[in-house]
Structure formats: C-alpha cells, structure tokens
Design a protein around this ligand. Structure first.
Ligand code: 9UX
Length: 72
C-alpha cells in the first residue's frame, strides 16, 4: 500500500528546479510518484511507508539545496 503526502518546498526559482526535485524524488527508493509546482511551492508525493518516510523525503530534498516540510 502507499501513502500520499503534500509538502511545501522553498528555494525553487525556475522550472529546472521543478525537474530537479521531481527527478530526485522519483529516484528515491519507495517513491512511486512525485509532482511539484513552482507557482504554489507545493508538492505531492506517493510513497511506500515500508520503504521510505517523510523524514527521508525531506532529507533528500534538503540535500539538493531546497527547504521542505510536510503539511500536517
Ligand atoms: Mo534554475 Mo533551480 O537556474 O536549483 S535550476 S534556480
């Protein structure tokens, strides 16, 4: 089974940032789907909680130089 989480992301200033973040997340083990929106600074990720976690996802985004925090 999988969970879907929404997160706020900071530091994205161009469309290539969007591709970069989506690429990082999509390659992360356990992540099935990831989309981020430049205009709203929001993202959504579908992941297997047996393989990865919100903490892992935030760390991967922050390792790439962006800020991230899950909503709720
Ligand atoms: Mo655009 Mo984003 O030149 O890390 S790729 S600002």
């Amino acid at each position: 089974s999988s969970l879907v989480g929404q997160f706020r992301i900071g530091g994205m200033t161009c469309a290539a940032c969007v591709n970069s973040v989506e690429g990082i997340l999509t390659k992360l083990p356990g992540v099935k789907r990831a989309v981020v929106a430049l205009a709203t600074s929001l993202g959504e990720v579908e992941y297997d909680p047996l393989v990865t976690s919100k903490e892992d996802i935030v760390n991967a985004i922050e390792d790439a130089g962006f800020d991230a925090s899950f909503l709720q």
